[in-house]
Design a protein around this ligand. Sequence first.
Ligand code: FES
Ligand SMILES: [Fe+2]
Length: 354
Amino acid sequence: MHPLKVEQPYPYEQWWVAAYSAEIGRTIAARTILGMPLILYRTEAGEAVALSGICPHRSFPLDQGCLVGDSVRCGYHGFTFAASGECVEVPSQSGVPTHSALRRYPVAERGDLIWIWTGSEETADPALLPDIESMGPGNPGWTVEQHPPATIAARYTLLIDNLLDLSHASFIHSDTIPAGEKVAALPVELIETEKSLNVRRLGCNLPPNPFFRLMFPDHDGPIDQSFDAEYFGPHLIRTGGALHASATGERLGTQNYIHLITPETPTTLRYFVVTARDFGADNAALGRLHLDMGTRIQPQDQAAIESIEKVLQTLAPHPREVSARVDTGALKVRKRLTDQIVAEQRARREPAAA
Ligand code: FES
Ligand SMILES: [Fe+2]
């Protein structure tokens, strides 16, 4: 599916963020992830559970049922399912029919985020989760803000494209990102490793502005700022980076913007943004400013990629595109993602060779 060179829209053998931890409690929450309706809740012991969201009896949505202890009772005829997904009660008979279990999705909770694995249960490996603590969330040395999640009517790959080419900051965010107007002119460096691909721009000698003064009240003078766009997978891109005093090279701190992307359907996505800094922990005004900026920046990106999605839906499945040098990182990411999907398809066909 455009812009990937493969028709399967997303990889299934993958961890995705299903929700912020605080969103899920002792009521049943419904989500759609990779086209699959799911329910999420916590057991009495507080463990997060993800199960398929449709009752196998007559397709009633299970979020309209209720929790009975750690089990889910369907609101239509009362079929009841344990947290393992197993059907444990059919009120109108003794015993339960065969093939009546719900699919259970492996869950991990890290960085105050609930992650689910949409591939087969045997391949769910917590070691494949990103090292989110190194970026701030879940790390006690960092201050973190979780921004309200948004549903965007666009294929998730358009958000990946958007984040991998931050030169858009000079145009759609020229009024909302301090120093954003400078980004398009900065030279780009590509840093590729096995676990990530970072499109880095370095802004040198950026003059003091009110945002820098709020971040570093004790610093006076120009700042060197990294504008990274680091792809860890289709689920996570980190932007932001380290800030240094231009005169001395002293590191003032690191400000990360963590973008968590979860496809809902082939043409919609759920977007979570988490801001994290390792300085100014007691600077509540800075936290409020980040949340406030998010309310202005995010809709600008959303409007842009929703407009593109509308265009794509009127064009041939693989429209012609012209790329610039600045797109090198985004094109390499498309290739990584295409390769990931192809490898997953191959492993499905030839499990012994995987
Ligand atoms: S539809 Fe769920 S019990 Fe009948
Ligand atoms: Fe943006």
